[in-house]
Write a protein that binds this ligand. Structure first.
Ligand code: NAP
Length: 307
């Protein structure tokens, strides 16, 4: 057990990310007290039953009182309104953060409400699963994953170092980024791929009407991994695309151009082009494994199951 890094942490929203944070903080005694709240009574009751927080309260206003760290863990679209409600209640010296998957829109929504003396350190842990809700969390979620932080350049260095220490202690690696750059990088690595997965699953769903259960029965040949991504929370992803519109549309435009080039290669029988292309993409997978961001085991290390 280490000494607590914060005396009172308030988690607003108690889904996958907040519950994982709560479990990781409790495991190592990183917070003197964890206070949580969520929108619905059902989620608050589940969090109480799971013992995620020291206290679960009914409103965001009650949760943030006396907190030296407040983390917004709701879908991105809810953060501006929440900030307007809680910001006047924050103590000078407190840190306000969030875990949203988009950063420019969140900075723009939070900054205007920030009282003097409160440190705004937006963050994005690059860790998650397709599951959501308070029961989905686990303390190891952030282990060896990056947490990108996008504070303004004039952020108080002591407040920043303290917040980085919390994420380090939860197992993450932290880095700093400009919010616009973050959104472009994530449009490539996460947002556009999610949209493509959603589209492919939608196409297959249409087809299923023609081919009955074949799409489900024979899904192991690549499609299954799309279905996992496309099972992600609809509210969260609606908000991600609306909040990161420009970067996502930019990347999708480039994606469409590449798709047309591959389409033409297939139509004209240009095997050399296809082979070169797939050789290049295979090297990217190797790079991810070498960077310790995924397993080298075949099929992501899945154990074959007999239905
Ligand atoms: P989640 O499991 O769907 O949980 C969202 C939580 O926010 C729920 O407890 C929900 O309460 C609460 N909430 C929604 N609107 C609220 C409001 N107006 N006031 C108070 N609470 C509210 O979400 P998550 O997966 O943890 O994602 C949370 C944030 O982390 C999102 O911004 C997402 O972009 C980001 N993120 C997600 C992932 C991922 O893979 N899932 C990864 C990195 C970052 P109710 O249950 O009562 O509705």
């Amino acid at each position: 057990m280490s000494d607590p890094i914060y005396d009172r942490v308030a988690l607003i929203g108690l889904g996958l990310i907040a519950s994982s944070m709560a479990l990781a903080m409790r495991r190592d005694g990183l917070a003197g007290e964890i206070v949580g709240t969520a929108r619905s009574a059902e989620t608050r009751d589940t969090a109480r039953a799971l013992g995620l927080c020291d206290r679960v309260v009914d409103t965001a206003e009650a949760a943030v009182r006396g907190a030296d760290l407040v983390v917004l863990c709701t879908p991105v679209g809810a953060m501006g309104e929440l900030a307007a409600r809680i910001a006047p209640l924050l103590d000078p010296g407190a840190t306000l953060s969030d875990v949203g998957s988009v950063k420019r829109a969140v900075v723009d929504a939070l900054q205007p409400h920030l009282p003097a003396g409160v440190h705004l350190i937006p963050a994005h842990p690059l860790a998650g699963t397709e599951q959501s809700g308070p029961q989905a969390g686990f303390a190891e979620l952030f282990r060896n994953r990056w947490c990108l932080m996008t504070p303004a350049p004039d952020i108080d260095p002591t407040a920043l170092a303290r917040y980085r220490r919390l994420w380090d202690a939860m197992g993450a690696r932290t880095d700093l980024m400009d919010p616009d750059h973050h959104d472009l990088v994530l449009a490539v690595t996460s947002h556009a791929p999610h949209l493509i997965a959603y589209t492919m699953v939608g196409v297959a769903d249409d087809l299923r009407r023609v081919t009955d259960t074949e799409v489900i029965n024979y899904s192991a040949a690549g499609f299954r991994d799309f279905t996992r991504i496309a099972a992600s929370d609809p509210t969260m992803w609606r908000d991600v695309f609306l909040a990161n519109r420009d970067a996502t549309l930019d990347i999708l435009g480039r994606f469409t151009e590449e798709l047309f080039a591959l389409q033409r290669a297939i139509r004209t029988g240009d095997g050399e082009m296809l082979h070169d292309y797939f050789t290049r993409t295979r090297a990217i997978r190797r790079g991810i494994i070498e960077a310790g961001q995924d397993t080298a085991a075949p099929d992501f290390g899945r154990v074959p199951t007999v239905p």
